[in-house]
Design a protein around this ligand. Structure first.
Ligand code: C2E
Ligand code: MG
Ligand code: MG
Ligand code: MG
Length: 286
């Protein structure tokens, strides 16, 4: 189940020409201003338990509301932020904003977790676990309320300090999730050695779920993951047929356009918290 994403923006960073280096410097200045002027926003996407239809978590996904260029997605600027050394500050902003949001939802009586995406650069910092613990405390949250998502490739190539951070975060009680699983070259056996609790199967497997080979791969990932006591989330679920297939396969949680796209907090509240409309997904299949 090894699959490569085509044309990942990260690649371009490694093959940077002078022109792209200059453009990174330019975007780097822009990103610094964006931090100061608060041009970033978090959108949230629901993660739904396939058994109960209840929302278990909301994943925070960053967007940049650029004054001239409009809304810019994370795939465009996160690799640059990593390259120019700004990902630590952006990551901290994401963590604080997501925790503040969860605190507000909790205060309004909504019971869910929040998931944030971490870059490997954040894990290289020795103080990351203390920072996470302090931020959780500040917003009156328990470590178990937070899910930290790291991509499969990070996990595989992470050097010792990043691995140490993962171990410390897990000891603290934060849930660790492997994101985009299946796009790298890892096997499930290496997961045994990682302190992760959640496996997020990449969206590319869902696209061809009607295909017998892909269905077999997904079914096997799910059953192996369960043997390792991991919760399985499938990303990119767009149709009711895909949802039904995944439910039968034993997938624990789904995330994708079928349930909803990511939304800014107010719209997220109206769509998924105010009336619990996500329960529709479960009703549909009976
Ligand atoms: P990800 O963490 O794997 O997030 C899932 C991506 O798939 C999101 O794109 C989401 O909007 C999109 N998606 C969700 N459901 C569907 C679906 O049904 N169909 C399709 N076609 N797409 C779907 P987005 O928001 O553009 O984020 C892209 C990536 O950027 C994320 O992938 C994550 O790796 C990274 N990212 C997002 N926010 C942050 C952040 O705060 N920090 C860091 N370091 N990375 C972030
Ligand atoms: Mg993610
Ligand atoms: Mg993913
Ligand atoms: Mg991704």
């Amino acid at each position: 189940w090894n699959r490569r994403r085509s044309a990942r923006p990260r690649r371009r960073v490694h093959q940077a020409t002078d022109a792209t280096t200059r453009s990174h410097l330019h975007i780097g200045r822009d990103l610094r201003r964006a931090l100061e002027h608060q041009e970033f926003v978090l959108h949230y996407q629901p993660e739904i338990d396939t058994g109960t239809g209840r929302m278990v978590a909301a994943e925070a996904l960053i967007r940049w509301l650029h004054p001239q260029r409009g809304m810019i997605g994370p795939n465009t600027f996160i690799p640059v932020a990593e390259h120019v050394g700004l990902i630590g500050r952006i990551g901290q902003w994401v963590l604080e904003t997501a925790c503040a949001q969860l605190h507000a939802w909790r205060a309004a009586g909504h019971d869910l977790r929040v998931a944030v995406n971490f870059s490997v650069e954040q894990l290289r910092r020795r103080d990351i676990t203390d920072t996470v613990a302090y931020t959780l405390e500040r917003f009156d949250l328990r470590p178990d309320d937070l899910v930290v998502e790291i991509t499969e490739s990070i996990c595989m190539h992470a050097h010792d300090r990043a691995r140490e951070s993962l171990a410390h975060l897990a000891q603290l009680g934060v849930r660790l999730a492997i994101d985009d699983f299946g796009t790298g070259y890892s096997s499930l056996s290496y997961l045994k050695r990682m302190p992760v609790r959640i496996l997020k199967i990449d969206r590319s497997f869902v696209v061809d779920l009607a295909d017998a080979a892909d269905a077999t791969i997904v079914r096997n990932i799910i059953s192996l993951a369960h043997e390792l006591d991991l919760t399985v989330i499938v990303e990119g679920v767009e149709t009711a047929d895909q949802h039904e297939l995944l439910r039968v396969m034993g997938c624990d949680v789904v995330q994708g356009y079928l349930v909803g796209k990511s939304l800014p907090p107010a719209l997220f509240h109206d769509a998924f918290l105010a009336h619990r409309r996500h329960a529709i997904v479960v009703q549909k299949r009976v």
